[in-house]
Design a protein around this ligand. Structure first.
Ligand code: PMP
Length: 321
């Protein structure tokens, strides 16, 4: 679908996957005016296909759009487009356990213009690709490196949006983490490098003395759909959940006091990623003996159970194709 100032969104169509042609002067290539989403379609035991809270993705896309001065989308139209597209390529939704069809909606400014201003011409596209099971066998804990030098986002910036620039800013931290044999980066706040923000493509949770704690949404982290769902489930199960500002020092203190029970990341890709090691400067914290904890496991089982239609949709989160 295309957008032109004065005309609005128009010409929605489904075409075979292939290269696209844009001007070398297209604004997105120079000024980064683009946003995207990541979501999945799942195959159930009876062969049907379903989505997990898909309207949340398109609502979030509109939040990203507003910050990047990209025209708003009609969420119902997006959901309809999603259904039509997946229906056509229904065979692409894998039948293999744990696999899914990954769906990537995105918008970019395409006017050929070498100057900084919001675009007048946009493309909204949705591409899809089957993706294998994230965990081949069991939930492998990830090792996370706390970045203390570079910053990914600051309040007032774009951290709460899904735009390429945030990920570009995070590459150097990821590179540093990989050099030190850590697979993921935990970002701290942009002012004091003290408060915990989020992991590269996941939100982060801590279980401290039985209480589930996650950084509050204050404009610099993404409002993850898996984060929101995890909070809602934990509350439903009667667990104490706090969304608050929390420092890495508080985590280290809880660890030293033997009260850091579990650490896990949440995101569409892996749903729940237990954290095995957390490295902050010279301090390496071994979490729950490098094993998945009970709350992480329960969240994983419950959410994947609903997504793959193996558990009842008690929360009303499933949308059937
Ligand atoms: N934070 C960032 C920076 C991400 O890219 C993602 C993945 N979309 C998340 C958090 C988790 O969000 P969600 O649960 O909606 O996938």
């Amino acid at each position: 679908m295309e957008y032109d100032t004065g005309k609005g969104w128009h010409d929605a169509r489904i075409v075979p996957y292939g290269d696209i042609s844009i001007s070398p002067a297209a604004m997105v290539l120079h000024y980064g005016q683009e946003i995207f989403e990541g979501m999945k379609a799942y195959r159930t035991p009876d062969g049907s296909i379903q989505f997990f809270r898909p309207e949340e993705n398109f609502k979030r896309m509109n939040i990203s759009a507003e910050r990047l001065v990209i025209p708003q989308l009609n969420v119902d139209d997006c959901l309809q487009a999603l259904h039509e597209l997946v229906k056509i390529d229904a065979d692409w939704v894998p039948h293999t356990d744990g696999a899914s069809l990954y769906i990537r909606p995105f918008i970019f400014a395409a006017d050929p213009f070498l100057g900084v201003r919001p675009g007048d011409k946009y493309y909204f596209m949705i591409i899809m690709s089957p993706s294998g099971a994230y965990y081949a066998s069991g939930l492998d804990p990830v090792n996370i490196y706390v970045e203390t030098n570079y910053v990914r986002a600051v309040r007032g910036g774009m951290g709460f949006t899904k735009t390429g620039g945030n990920y570009a800013a995070s590459l150097i931290g990821q590179d540093e983490a990989h050099k030190q044999n850590y697979s993921q980066v935990l970002w701290l706040d942009g002012v004091e490098r003290k408060y915990i923000e989020e992991v590269g493509a996941m939100n982060i949770f801590f279980v401290i003395d039985g209480e589930v704690v996650t950084p509050a949404l204050q404009g610099s982290i993404l409002s993850g759909i898996t984060r929101k769902s995890s909070i809602e489930l934990c509350k439903k199960w009667g667990l104490k959940v706090s969304e608050k500002r929390i420092t890495i020092q508080e985590i280290a203190d809880a660890y030293d006091a033997g009260k850091l029970n579990e650490v896990f990341g949440t995101g569409t890709a892996a749903v729940i990623s237990p954290v095995g090691h957390l490295k902050w400067g010279d301090k390496v914290m071994l979490i729950n003996n490098n094993k998945i904890g009970p709350i992480s496991q329960r969240l994983y089982d419950t959410m994947t159970g609903m997504q793959y239609g193996k558990l009842p949709d008690e929360m009303g989160w499933i949308e059937k194709l």
